[in-house]
Design a protein around this ligand. Structure first.
Ligand code: KG4
Ligand code: ZN
Length: 342
C-alpha cells in the first residue's frame, strides 16, 4: 500500500509518499516540505491569507516532486490522504481539494486526515511502537497531552487553556525584540543567560487536571521587560533563561502527572512510551528534562527525527495508510474543519 500525503494546515506546504507493508511496517519513499517562514517573518507570525496563496502556488510542484523522488507516477499510488483540519481554513481548502481531485481523477481511495492524528501516529512509522502510548504535542498551534490507545482511539488528557507553547516562545521573543520564529532564538539567548536572576511563574504547576497555560508567563515577561527598559543584551539573555526554566519546570510537572495517569490506566504495559512531537520538541533543555523524567519513571522516551516532528506530509500519508488497513475510505463530500479536536 503506497499512499500520497498532502499537508497544508499551517505554514508548511508538504507532499510525501509512504509505503505500509503487510506487517504494518512503514517506509518513507519521499517527503518534501516547503516552509513559508520567510514570507511570514516580517509580520512576526503566520498570516493566513499569505499562507493560503503560497500553498496554491507550490502544491502542484511539490506533489510532482514527491512522486519523482519516489520514482513513481500517480498510477503507482494506492490511496491519497490530505489534512482536513485542524488549521487555517484557506490552507486546508487548498490541500484537501487538491487531494480529492487527484484521488477522484485517478479513482483512488481518499482519506481526510486530522493533522493531530498524523502527529499522534508518527512514532509507529519511525519507531514501530505498539499502542497504547502517551503523546506530548508541543508546536506553534498545539499543546496537548494525548493518550493514544489505538487507531482512532485517542483521549486528550490535557490541553492549553490559552496560548500554545510554541506561541508563548514566539510571543516572548517578539516582546524581547528577537526575530520570528522565536523558539530557537529564545533557546540560543537562554544558553548565555543567568536563569537565577529572575523568577517567573510556573502556571498550572501542582494542579490535578492535566491542562497547560502559558499566557500568564508571557504577561510576566512583558511586565519584567517593561520594568527593565531599555533592555541590554544581558537582560534579554537572563529573561530567556528564566522563561525557559519556567517552561521546563511546568512541563516536568504536567508530564510527570500524565505518566502517573498512564500507569493507572494501563498497569500491565511493561515498558510504556512517551512520545514528544511538534516544533518545540527541538528545544534541547526541554528535551533533556523530559528524557530524565522518563528514565526516572521507567518510560521510554521517543522523539521522532526533527523533520518528522514538525509539520510534514509523511505523517499524513502514514495516517492514511494505517486507516486504509482497517477502515473504509472517506467520501468526497468531507469538508475542511479549522477546529477538529482529536
Ligand atoms: O511544529 P511546528 O514546526 O509548526 C507548527 O506550529 O505547526 O512548530 C513551530 C513552533 C514555533 O512556535 C517555534 O518557535 C517553535 O516551534 N520552536 C521552538 C524551537 N524550535 C522551534 N521552541 C522552542 N525551542 C526551539 N528550539
Ligand atoms: Zn503540527
Amino acid at each position: 500500500m503506497r499512499v500520497l500525503g498532502i499537508e497544508t494546515s499551517c505554514d508548511e506546504t508538504a507532499a510525501a509518499i509512504v509505503e505500509r507493508d503487510a506487517d504494518g511496517h512503514g517506509r518513507i519513499l519521499s517527503n518534501v516540505v516547503l516552509s513559508q517562514i520567510e514570507e511570514h517573518a516580517p509580520y512576526g507570525g503566520v498570516v493566513p491569507e499569505i499562507a493560503a496563496r503560497a500553498h496554491v502556488e507550490v502544491l502542484d510542484r511539490l506533489v510532482s516532486q514527491a512522486l519523482q523522488e519516489a520514482h513513481m507516477t500517480l498510477d503507482d499510488v494506492d490511496a491519497v490522504a490530505a489534512t482536513a483540519g485542524p488549521g487555517l481554513i484557506g490552507g486546508l481548502i487548498v490541500g484537501l481539494m487538491t487531494g480529492k481531485a487527484i484521488a477522484m481523477a485517478g479513482r483512488k481511495p481518499f482519506f481526510a486526515i486530522n493533522h493531530l492524528e498524523g502527529h499522534a501516529l508518527t512514532p509507529r512509522l519511525t519507531d514501530r511502537i505498539d499502542f497504547p502510548y502517551l503523546l506530548l504535542l508541543v508546536s506553534g498551534g498545539h499543546t496537548q497531552m494525548v493518550l493514544v490507545k489505538g487507531l482512532g482511539d485517542y483521549e486528550r488528557l490535557g490541553t492549553t487553556v490559552d496560548d500554545a507553547l510554541g506561541e508563548a516562545f514566539d510571543k516572548t521573543a517578539k516582546l524581547l525584540g528577537l526575530p520570528y520564529p522565536g523558539g530557537p532564538e529564545v533557546e540560543k539567548a537562554a544558553l548565555l543567560g543567568d536563569r537565577a536572576r529572575f523568577t517567573l511563574p510556573r502556571p498550572m504547576k501542582g494542579e490535578e487536571r492535566l491542562d497547560f497555560s502559558f499566557s500568564g508567563l508571557k504577561t510576566a515577561v512583558r511586565q519584567l521587560a517593561t520594568t527593565l527598559e531599555p533592555l541590554s543584551q544581558t537582560d534579554v539573555n537572563d529573561i530567556c533563561a528564566a522563561f525557559q526554566a519556567a517552561v521546563a519546570d511546568t512541563l516536568d510537572d504536567r508530564v510527570s502527572r500524565s505518566l502517573m495517569r498512564f500507569r493507572q490506566s494501563f498497569p500491565d504495559v511493561f515498558e510504556p512510551s512517551l512520545v514528544v512531537a511538534g516544533g518545540v520538541a527541538a528545544n534541547k533543555e526541554l528535551r533533556a528534562r523530559l528524557q530524565r523524567l522518563c528514565s526516572d519513571d521507567g518510560f521510554r522516551f521517543i522523539a521522532p527525527p526533527m523533520e518528522l516532528c514538525t509539520d510534514n506530509a509523511a505523517m499524513i500519508a502514514w495516517a492514511g495508510a494505517e486507516r486504509a488497513g482497517f477502515a473504509p475510505a472517506d467520501t468526497f463530500d468531507i469538508a475542511p474543519r479549522s477546529r477538529w479536536p482529536l
